[in-house]
Design a protein around this ligand. Structure first.
Ligand SMILES: [Zn+2]
Length: 341
């Protein structure tokens, strides 16, 4: 159910709010180092699955508004967690999904930061007007490198490798029609089919080399491109993208392009929009956490702005849904947003 706008401003300022690992946000996006074989990429700074679960339990114990639910198990038996802020079933609802691809973890780190922030009390009013669902580490087996195929040749250093695929070497973001994997089944049965969700942002990381206007992008966005999407749902996706673009691209360090994506419903951005009428948005952050190809991964000096970019994305869209300003977001930028190349 949608409600009419109550207030108009969705602009969100997070200036100074985020310090990651003791390092302030990097200033110049696109200038961040990428891996060229001469920079150490380590996965040791990334939260492990157990650390994520411990964090969620600790926040659950502290936060009255938060509920923690297990929606199913991965191939290897890890619990998949859903974090819920549902103050009123009549509220509009937004879902944030992170780490369908296990080697794309900064989105998860940002999500944990946002969950902690929501417990601070300063966003209590927002939480009265929007229901927020988070799946912080969807592909936990891939994130932990606990898989039934070899990833020993992946390039990152550290205690573990991270891989795109689940333990069965399936790309979960190509399983949203057949739903053969336990992770996908859990998401569809216990989240997508169980809640009245209006919006969803599917959070990913892409390679390091995409450019717009000659400058490396900090990320890219795209609405559903399946022919099966309802026009009103598509319009909602474009408005969701408008909120993200307005808040991220205006920061000075954010530089967004239009993602070039396919039309298959096996992809969540398309399939979830078509099947459930949810206005979906894909957000691809620059640079993966681990990969077998050097061009895909990014030095950790860039982590600050990439995490911050995700935090801005999550907080600004939750706020825009809560105050209703998303209903009037200007989607005309999509007509001129260049595809990244
Ligand atoms: Zn991905």
């Amino acid at each position: 159910m949608r409600r009419t706008a109550r207030t108009t401003s969705a602009a969100l300022t997070l200036t100074g709010a985020l310090v990651v690992g003791g390092t302030a946000t990097a200033g110049a996006v696109g200038e961040g180092p990428d891996y060229q074989g001469n920079e150490v990429i380590t996965t040791s700074i990334l939260s492990t699955y157990d650390e994520v679960v411990d964090f969620l339990h600790a926040q659950d114990a502290k936060q009255d508004a938060m509920e923690l639910e297990v929606i199913g198990q991965t191939v290897k038996g890890r619990d998949i967690h859903l974090v819920k802020y549902v103050s009123d079933p009549e509220n509009p609802t937004i879902l944030y999904l992170a780490q369908q691809h296990g080697n794309e973890q900064l989105t998860t780190e940002a999500m944990l930061h946002v969950i902690k922030t929501l417990g601070s009390g300063q966003h209590a009013r927002m939480l009265d007007d929007v229901n927020i669902l988070f799946v912080p580490m969807f592909n936990a087996d891939g994130a932990m490198g606990d898989v039934n195929f070899s990833i020993d040749h992946y390039l990152a250093k550290g205690e573990r490798h991270l891989t795109r695929y689940n333990a069965n070497e399936v790309d979960l973001n190509r399983d949203h029609v057949a739903k053969l994997e336990p992770e996908t089944q859990a998401l569809h049965e216990n989240v997508l089919g169980a809640y009245d969700i209006d919006y969803m942002i599917d959070l990913h990381h892409q390679g390091t080399q995409s450019r717009v206007d000659g400058k490396l992008v900090s990320g890219s966005i795209l609405y559903p491109t399946t022919p099966d999407v309802d026009p009103a749902v598509l319009e909602g996706s474009k408005r969701l993208g408008a909120v993200v673009y307005e808040n991220v691209d205006s920061t000075g360090w954010g530089h967004l392009g239009k993602y070039v994506g396919g039309t298959a419903n096996t992809i969540a951005r398309n399939g979830v929009a078509a099947e459930y009428g949810i206005s979906t948005l894909l957000f691809e952050m620059r640079g993966m956490s681990d990969h077998e190809w050097a061009g895909a991964i990014l030095g950790q000096k860039s982590n600050g702005y990439l995490i911050r970019q995700t935090v801005v994305t999550l907080m600004s869209t939750a706020q825009a849904v809560a105050d209703g300003s998303i209903e009037t977001a200007d989607t005309s930028f999509w007509d001129t947003l260049p595809e990244q190349g």
